[in-house]
Every structure is written in structure tokens, then in C-alpha cells.
Write a protein that binds this ligand. Structure first.
Ligand code: ADP
Ligand code: MG
Length: 255
């Protein structure tokens, strides 16, 4: 199976006022094309640091990250921005939509920057909007729609360029439970039907139970890895909760 992501011996140190924080302490894992991988761990365990380093937003102190065969730790800043636009899709907790563009243009922007022809852009945006059930809100501006709708627009934006990898950091974090359900449906659709490879950070076991595999992070290290296999979502949720409690988290839905 083709490996879309290879993370090798990742170390990240933050130095602030002479104080060193070891956010990542030697993390290695691979993600194959078409996988849907969750990254779980308590607050401060290094999840966002890991995702931001893979997203090329932050840089590792040492180690290598290969995305679609390219080592992103060795390419120049100039090449990085092109690489980011062509190979990666992002979904963040706070949506990151541009307030001055309507939803259609927010999605279209990702394609315009890649130099796609306007007619093709319009066709692609309409197609994905239809598939994700957001056609009715395309003309609206971000301030006119709900958080759940914004996140589904962000989903459309992330997939429309057909990136090698979609990265999501707590995508359900700011949503009520009904909107979270719809978003998780959308992500499942992108993974199942569009073949999207997704790496999603979450501290929520219910959200994580939609993934095919979970990496549990503790103190910047991989503590445990859990595959869904043939389990249904509920059974997988129970297995996740077991690991969460073994890790010392409480028995709530969250770590
Ligand atoms: N920009 C930064 N400067 C200094 N320390 C940071 C920075 N970002 C994160 N950290 C520290 O690195 C560790 C991991 O943080 P983070 O990756 O945000 O964890 P998580 O997303 O799992 O909550 C924490 O101890 C955090 O305080
Ligand atoms: Mg975080």
C-alpha cells in the first residue's frame, strides 16, 4: 500500500526564555493512502505540535516527514507554500474561512491559487457542495451561517483540490453535537467515497471512533496504537475508552 505520510523520529523542542519544552520526543508512524487516522492524547501531549509539523506550519527540531514521497523537512520555504497548496487540505477548529468571501469563493479560492480555469473551478465547487449538502449556502458569507455549516464549507475547501492528505485539528471542537455528527458524516464520506487520506487530532473518543486507526500520544511519544479492524463504531468506541482509562484519563467522553 502506498504511504502518503512517513513520520520518522520526530523531535520538537520549544525554547522560550531559556526554558525548554520537549513537545515531541521521537515519534514515528506511517499513513497509507485512503486511511483515516485519529491522534488522541490529553491536553499538552503534543497533538497540535505533531499536526502543525506535518502541516508545514511548524518545523521539527529533528527527524523527517515524507508526504507523497517528498521530505518536507528539507525543502525551501518557497517550495513549501506551493507544496502546501497542492498536497494538503486543512480543517481547523476555528474554521479559518475568509470573512470577505462568500462560501463558494472560499472553496473556489483553493483552486484559483492553483491556476485552475474558472469554468472548471465552478464545476468542481458545485459538485463537492452538492455531495456535502451545502449547495443552499454557497452564496452566503461566513458570518451568515452556523459553526457546523462553516466547518462543512471548510471540508469542501479541504477536498476540492484533491490533496494527498487532509489534516484536521479538533474539527468538532467548536460544534454542538448535531453539527458534529454531520461533520463526522462528511469526513467519513470524503474518506469512503472520495478516497481521502485523513489525519485528525481529537481528544474526544466519540469523534475518534469514526477513524480506522488511533494513535495515542502521551508526553510527545506514541503510547499505544489501536486498529478498528472489523469492529463496528460502538465496539471501537469502547476499545478507545479502555485505552483512555488505561492512560489515566477519566471515564468521560474526553481525555
Ligand atoms: N509555541 C509554543 N511555544 C512553547 N511551548 C509550546 C508551544 N506550542 C506548544 N507548546 C508546548 O508543547 C507541549 C505540547 O503542546 P500541544 O502540541 O499544543 O499539545 P496538545 O495539542 O496535545 O494539547 C505543551 O507542553 C505546550 O505547552
Ligand atoms: Mg491542541
Amino acid at each position: 500500500m502506498e504511504k502518503v505520510l512517513i513520520a520518522k523520529d520526530l523531535v520538537k523542542q520549544y525554547v522560550t526564555k531559556g526554558h525548554i519544552t520537549n513537545a515531541l520526543n521521537g515519534i514515528s508512524f506511517d499513513v497509507c493512502r485512503g486511511e483515516y487516522v485519529g491522534i488522541m492524547g490529553a491536553s499538552g501531549s503534543g497533538k497540535s505540535t505533531l499536526l502543525n509539523c506535518i502541516a508545514t506550519i511548524d518545523q521539527v527540531t529533528s527527524g523527517n516527514i515524507y508526504i507523497a514521497g517528498k521530505d518536507i523537512t528539507t525543502i525551501s520555504e518557497n517550495q513549501l507554500s506551493a507544496f502546501r497548496r497542492e498536497q494538503l487540505g486543512f480543517i481547523f477548529q476555528d474554521f479559518n474561512l475568509l470573512d470577505t468571501l462568500n462560501c463558494k469563493d472560499n472553496i473556489a479560492l483553493a483552486l484559483s491559487i492553483l491556476g485552475e480555469k474558472p469554468r472548471l473551478i465552478s464545476k468542481k465547487v458545485n459538485e463537492i457542495a452538492n455531495e456535502l449538502g451545502i449547495t443552499q449556502i454557497l452564496k452566503k458569507y461566513p458570518y451568515e451561517i452556523s459553526g457546523g455549516q462553516k466547518q462543512r464549507v471548510a471540508c469542501a475547501r479541504a477536498i476540492v483540490t484533491e490533496p494527498s492528505l487532509i489534516l484536521a485539528d479538533e474539527p468538532t471542537g467548536a460544534l454542538d453535537s448535531k453539527s458534529a455528527f454531520m461533520l463526522l458524516d462528511n469526513l467519513e464520506y470524503l474518506n469512503d467515497q472520495k478516497g481521502a487520506t485523513i489525519v485528525m487530532v481529537t481528544h474526544d473518543a466519540f469523534t475518534a471512533s469514526h477513524c480506522g486507526r488511533i494513535l495515542f500520544i502521551q508526553d510527545g511519544r506514541i503510547f499505544y496504537e489501536l486498529y478498528r479492524g472489523d469492529s463496528d463504531r460502538k465496539a471501537f468506541f469502547q476499545k478507545i475508552m479502555k485505552v483512555v482509562s488505561d492512560m489515566g484519563g477519566d471515564n468521560d467522553h474526553v481525555l
